[in-house]
Design a protein. Structure first.
Length: 298
């Protein structure tokens, strides 16, 4: 496969713009989910979301590929596991949105690159150098600043976010693992089918009628989920992932702005400081990984 960094279609400014737009759309999706889970079951919301996303994925892949060939994986068990983990992440993240503001949730969720760095050691065989350990400690401090144990009640929402961070981090590491031999289409197909089946099995019993407002919000969630994926996929065709990865940390300021716009909630300074500390730790991990990949080998 040709490296995106040397592809003739490289256009970094365009890729950055597409990524930033995808982050805003992702933020809007979170706002819509928060409004939905206030009135409907999380299981129902996630189920209908995957109905739409899975339908689009199957049509998109099936247009130019044989689904039976795409379904052949070198890591079928890991593909199923990573799909289950992402579904769990979305369940927990959506449930947490029902208990806390989007900006506060994102401030804690920024811890996931640090957890990914830790999990990559036993699963991918990566080494844990001094800089990673520093990043882990700094990220932990940032998370504690956001949570503020002893100064505020640690309710169920905190544990929901912790669970979402852990499941998404493990999903990310396993995605790196399967990507060594399986194509992106194979990973997408497994995710679509597994999430479709499991979300339906768990959500169909909680299905209740949704009015016009509910369906409008649900359509926004589905369209945003698809649009975010497509925009970031196109962005990766114009710039390497290592260039775009740091932009993901802008999800926090986007969430802060959208939370203020839609709910009139101003994120407190301490939460923003904790989020900034965690983002700094994540950037340190990214910097060291990028530098190590560029280092010459004998």
């Amino acid at each position: 496969m040709k490296n995106a960094a040397t592809a003739p279609s490289e256009n970094v400014p365009k890729a950055i713009i597409l990524t930033l737009v995808s982050l805003v759309i992702f933020g809007v999706q979170d706002i819509a989910v928060k409004l939905l889970v206030a009135d409907f079951s999380v299981m129902q919301v996630v189920m209908i979301r995957f109905w739409g996303v899975a339908l689009f994925t199957l049509i998109w892949i099936g247009r130019n590929s044989d689904l039976r060939l795409v379904a052949r994986s070198h890591y079928p068990k890991l593909q199923i596991l990573r799909s289950v983990l992402l579904l769990i992440d979305i369940w927990l993240f959506s449930a947490a949105l029902g208990h806390m503001q989007t900006s506060d949730l994102q401030a804690m969720f920024m811890l996931y690159p640090i957890v990914v760095s830790l999990l990559a050691v036993p699963i991918l065989g990566e080494k844990m150098g001094i800089y990673r350990w520093i990043a882990v400690l700094v990220g932990f401090v940032g998370a504690m600043v956001v949570i503020r144990p002893g100064f505020q009640t640690i309710d169920v929402s905190i544990w929901l976010v912790v669970g979402a961070v852990l499941s998404f981090s493990l999903y990310t590491v396993l995605t790196r693992k399967v990507a060594t031999k399986d194509s992106t289409k194979t990973s997408m197909l497994y995710l679509a089918l597994v999430a479709l089946v499991l979300s339906t099995v768990t959500g169909v019993f909680e299905l209740e009628a949704m009015g016009m407002r509910g369906w409008l919000l649900m359509i926004i969630v589905i369209v945003c989920a698809i649009a975010t994926h497509l925009l970031f996929t196109v962005a990766l065709k114009h710039a390497p992932a290592s260039t775009l990865q740091p932009l993901n940390f802008l999800a926090l300021p986007v969430a802060v702005g959208l939370t203020l716009l839609f709910f009139g909630h101003m994120t407190d300074v301490i939460t923003l400081i904790g989020g900034a500390i965690t983002i700094g730790a994540g950037l340190l991990v990214w910097f060291r990984e990028t530098k190590s990949k560029k280092a010459p080998t004998n």
